[in-house]
Design a protein around this ligand. Structure first.
Ligand code: NAD
Length: 351
């Protein structure tokens, strides 16, 4: 069945939703847009979209069954509740809200309305993420114990409204929510402790360079780093498993996987080894025949699969992939991140 969508907030991401759907999701028709900025409305009209003059006008349009909210973060909660109670299915950009309490209010509105509510966590369809997820699922290099996930830039301050607290700015709520959502979907366990160090290098209001440590129930841990002040990048992913190491360098998804060759004998020399690191056995280079270099797995992913899942759910043919209940766990971790940074302590939890 075809569905008709209206977009609230037609800036960078609102325009992207429109183009992505028009080019790749045939079962959704993008009818129109509501934005508070005349320039954004003008841009929408030039693209042949209907321009609504209020949220109420969208709610009163019986053709529209789906609304995507792509405004600055602080407007997500009131708009999502208004649209759900107004009878529309709702997709909300990330971060779904500014904290877990706000999301609980949306979930209550969803339950009251019986409508669909989902969050555009599109980075679950990123290629780099799915390469690492596949390696862990296949067990190619054994069980993971430490996962490093980083995005690093060097352009300084958070841009525009992202630099203001009132708008829900800051790196935790910008990229942080993506990397936390990814890792919590990769490791299906409870988060049992959180430590965060949130730096404000360029801003008096919001965090802009952040380091987060999450520990899961089995002990597997993750370091999530996001920087706007990094001039020599580390890999996007560096994953330590019991039988090897996997690295994805960057968005191009080049990388390496080295597996321990468990068939190969390695006799440990009782003698100390003299290396460039000095006299050491532990840090001496490993004989090459004890290791195997493997290609990274091939994965096929497409961001438009997010919307294809929404269509399938609305048509009663699939289960929702990005569920509000998952986002609630992410928001609880985010609340704990802010608490950890404020207190300067690791926080034990069960999320
Ligand atoms: P933006 O500033 O480019 O666009 C926001 C638009 O919302 C503007 O056109 C603004 O006029 C409009 N707006 C503001 N308040 C409004 C209101 N109350 N009602 C209607 N319109 C309103 O911002 P952006 O980069 O497009 O970000 C929008 C949202 O998308 C944010 O929540 C952001 O976190 C998210 N985002 C997600 C991704 C992703 O990969 N999933 C990427 C970028 C942005």
């Amino acid at each position: 069945m075809a569905h008709t969508l209206a977009i609230i907030g037609f800036g960078g991401m609102g325009s992207w939703h429109c183009e992505n759907i028009q080019n790749r999701v045939p079962d959704i028709h993008v009818k129109g847009v509501y934005d508070i900025r005349p320039e954004a409305c003008q841009k929408a009209a030039e693209k042949g979209l209907f321009v609504y003059d209020s949220v109420e006008a969208i709610l009163a349009d019986p053709e529209v069954d789906l609304v995507t909210i792509a405004t600055p973060n602080n407007f997500h909660k009131p708009l999502a509740i208004q649209c759900l109670i107004g009878g529309k299915n709702v997709i909300c950009e990330k971060p779904v809200t500014l904290n877990a309490a706000e999301l609980r209010e949306i979930i209550a509105a969803r339950d009251e309305s019986g409508k669909l509510f989902s969050i555009h966590q599109n980075r679950r369809w990123d290629k780099d993420y799915n390469i690492i997820k596949t390696i862990l699922q296949d067990g190619t290099i054994g069980k993971p114990y430490f996962i490093e996930s980083r995005v690093q830039g060097s352009r300084g301050a958070m841009h525009g409204w992202r630099g203001h607290k009132v708008n829900g700015g800051g790196m935790v709520l910008d990229w942080g929510v993506h990397l936390i959502d990814q890792i919590m979907n990769m490791i299906p366990e409870k988060v049992v402790s959180v430590y965060a160090n949130l730096f404000t290098i360029f801003s008096d209001e919001v965090d802009d360079n952040i380091k987060i440590m999450l520990r899961f129930e089995s002990g597997v841990s993750a370091l999530l780093e996001m920087s706007t002040n990094c001039f020599v990048n580390l890999p996007r992913w560096h994953v330590s498993c019991e039988n090897g190491t996997a690295v994805v360098e960057d968005w191009s998804c080049k990388g390496r996987m080295v597996q321990l060759n468990t068939d190969a004998e390695m006799a440990w020399d009782e003698e100390i080894v003299y290396t460039e690191a000095g006299p050491t056995r532990t840090m001496a280079p490993r004989p090459a025949h004890t290791l195997k270099e493997l290609p990274l797995p091939e994965v096929q992913v497409d961001w438009s699969d997010y919307y294809k899942n929404i269509v399938a759910v609305l048509d009663g043919k699939a289960e929702l992939i990005v569920k509000p209940e998952q986002a609630l766990r992410v928001m609880k971790v985010i609340d704990t991140i802010f608490e950890s940074d404020k207190t300067g302590k690791g926080i034990a939890c069960s999320i």
